[in-house]
Each structure stands twice: as C-alpha cells, then as structure tokens.
Design a protein around this ligand. Sequence first.
Ligand code: TRP
Length: 360
Amino acid sequence: MKQKIDPWKSFEIKDYNKIMKDFGVEKIDLKKLQKKNIYFTRGLVFGHKDLQKILEAKKKKKPFAMMTGLMPSGKFHLGHKVIADLMIYFQELGAECYVAVADIESYLTRDISLEEARKAAIEEYLANYVALGLDLKKTKFYFQSSGSKEYMNLSKFVSKKTTFNELKSIYGDLTPEKVTSVFIQVADILHPQLSENGGSKPVVVPVGVDQLPHINLTRDIANRMKSNFVLPSATFIKIISGLKGGKMSSSDPNSAIFLSDSPAEVERKIKKYAFSGGRATLKEHQEKGGNPDIDVSFQYLKFFFEPNDEKLKEIEEKYRKGELLTGQLKEYTIKKINSFLKQHQKKLGRAKKKVKRYIK
Ligand code: TRP
C-alpha cells in the first residue's frame, strides 16, 4: 500500500526509501552539486524532483527561481532554520527568491488571525532569515492575503485542473479550508512563472517531506494547464527529531531549540530532555557503547553544529565504542549550540532593524 502523507498532521516516517518510491522522489547525486552543504552531504535533504533543471539553468546562465512558504506559528526553531539555509543556498546559487507567508492557510487551518500571522512572520521568521544570510533586496516576500491580482486569479483557476476525487485520493480527509489552502499553495508555487514575474523558468521548492503531496499535485496541475509552466523542482527534508524524540513543535518549548534560547535554556533542555542513545549505566555504556543514530544530541551535531567531518566522525566512533559518555556528548553539544546562538542573536538584533525598514 502507498504510504499516506497528511500535510496538516504530524506523523513518523520509518522508511524513506518507500516514500521515494511511492511519491517518485529521486536520490541526490552529490557529484552534480556545484556547491556543497552539509544538509545534502549528511543526508538531511533526502531527495529531490527535477533538481537537474536548476543546475542546468545555473550552468547555462539562464534564469531560475527558489520559492517556498512558511506557516507563521510561534517561535523560530531548528526545523525552520533548515528551510532558511536552503533558501539562502539557492539564493547564493543565483536564484530569484519568492517567499510566501501562508497567512490564509494558517488562518483557515490553525485559526491564527492575519494580524498575528503578520507579526510572527516579520518579527520571527523574516528577521531570522535575514540574520542567517537571506538578502532581502533580492527576495520577494509576500503574504497570501495580499498577492497580485494575477496570483489571486491563478489560485482560483487551478481548481479547474483537478477533481474532487483526485483531491480526496491525495489528502484523504478533506475540508473546504484545506481545499482552499491547497489551491493557494499551488498558485504560490507556480506564480514565479507568471508573465509579471518574467514567465516560464525552472523553480525549486525546498520543503519538508510533509509537503510532498502538494508538490506532486502542483506538478500535475501545471502539466494540465495551457500556460507554459515548467514543472517545478523540489528538494525534500527529513523530519527532524524533537528533543524528546517526537515532533519539534513551536507550541512545546521543551521539544525544540529555538534560535532565541538563552545559554541556560539550551543547557537545561539538552540536559533534561535530549533523548540519549547512551546506556542505562556507566558500566554498560563502556561495555556495549552508545547509539548515535538515535541520540538527539548527536543528530543535532551532525545536521547543525559540527561542520567538521573529521571531528564528527571521531565523536561518532568514540560514542559507539562507549569511550564517550552521554554527559560528555551533551556538554559538547551545549557548547556548540550556544556558540552558534551567541553569534546568531547578535545578528538577529541588527536584522530586526533592517526588516522593520524593509517592511514599511
Ligand atoms: N503549507 C506550507 C506549510 O505548511 C506553507 C506554504 C504555503 C508553502 N505556500 C507554500 C510551502 C509554497 C512551500 C511552497 O508549511
């Protein structure tokens, strides 16, 4: 049976190979990437669709774009950072950048008011994007509730190119609100190719694996439209484990590291909550070794805080052998996170001012 993905619910994925088969996701050929990034090399980005279109456009010096969206709910955490870093990755590769604030979707599906969404989008998300390196002057940051007329029209026209049965088979449980959100997202993804934005071009959409159904539907709809849309490309990110092993969520402060956390908060959260792959007793740990594959601190080092491959490998080996203890691994992780956050929070202060000027 095909695995179902519900973009509005949290779920677990045991087998990414099955997802790739069921949803037609390709493996990334690292040799083809002109620019490396640890999300790719260490497998957090587990697959893509049509990424070659982007790489070819870059090679041939033809225009290409990056488009993605955010649900403005709560505080900015490590999961959000991955998407931001990928936006910046493609921007630095030369992509025109489009970023949608999904304020209509968050109102319809999470009951967040447009005002709240606007505030969170600007003060949390946009400010963090800028602090992480997004160039605002080269980014079209917009709200679903106030896009152009051509975009608004597109969000309705796309409904003509699908059927209720198709939507039901993709999304299962549907509501009118979800249907509306889907059509707007399809328009988000296709609108960089509208004539007002320079027409057809390859567009890459970096998203979490939960957004896969939207990507596939958008490609199918684009295929059925008369306009010459290039089928959008995408890169897919694995679900990042929360501190306790479950989901990382803005609404549970103990499930995630927020980019605004203080050093003491980071220390408390890692020590108290970070799920450990270590053994129950010191003796057992030293005899049998720990398991970095399920250890949240190790995972965070791997995907975020230890860019040095050699050093990461050394930590992994020592942990497996039981030479490195959970407490020591946690101490190191806390140190690495806090040194990143210290720098980041300095930049965030400046970014907030920049964003204020940009938005007015
Ligand atoms: N649905 C996305 C989410 O839940 C947000 C979103 C809206 C989006 N429009 C988009 C993502 C376009 C990628 C591309 O996070």
